[in-house]
Design a binder for this molecule. Sequence first.
Ligand code: TA6
Length: 296
Amino acid sequence: RLCQGVNGLEKFVLREIRGSSAEVYLYGGQVTSWKNDLGEELLFLSNKATFSPPKAVRGGISVCFPQVGTHGALEQHGFARNRMWSIDPAPPPFPPNSTNRTYVDLILNLSEEDPKIWPHSCECRLRVTLGPGGDLLLTSRIRNTNADGKTFSFTLAYHTYFRVTDISEVRVEGLETLDYTDNLLEKERFTEQGDAITFESEVDRVYLGTPTKIAIIDHERKRTFVLRKDGLPDAVVWNPWDKKAKAMADFGDDEYKHMLCVEAAAVEKQITLKAGEEWKGRLELSAVPSSYCSGQ
Ligand code: TA6
């Protein structure tokens, strides 16, 4: 149900019968909270997040569309996270025999300014679903509705901020042996050598050709986040560490210790849609108890 959020911005609250919940702001179509059935918050949201358009809200899960990063003409991470979305008046049908679920269907409203920076028309939809076990599912549909028949290309990422207890006790499994480009070294390409990714300093990488499943293990909390994705071949891994944390006005100096971004993304290769074509992508998150050994 729709209710008032921070600064009068409207948010949709999803509540599942066993107690898990999620909150999605119409501003940015952004998930800002995902709690398990014990009421524990699983996503990071900065205490200094501003909730004042046109700045993006620091944390949760935002959709970076139609561009990830700054390689194109648009502002950093595109404009979808800086726009108002609305409840989708014509949502796509659910797959047959879907289980009972709690969900909201949103659609992005393009401003009249947008064609100046991105001369295309598209339908950008987001369905946020809370599963019976408290898992969170984001499904995006992007349709090229160009009347002039022109194709368009885009990159997309679910900019996901996981809440962790202590970043120095976190490891990411599933990206070992893969190539990545390092945003800290002019996007130079490397191969991951470690048997898991651990964190002792700033990390800002795009792992390429990643598997469907990635695990983020919070050792302190004995919790593993399992990230499953479809249609999104890459994964961005980011922690700003202390220096960058201090440089961000909407991010607490010490907050880097309690967050990690692992983002299902399509970055290396743009997705191209012909007029009328639709792309679909999915992100499914679950949080399970775990011990700190691999293969959990
Ligand atoms: O998540 C990777 C990244 O592109 C980093 O380079 C960093 O810029 C981060 O996104 C945050 O970007 P934002 O525009 O939300 O401050």
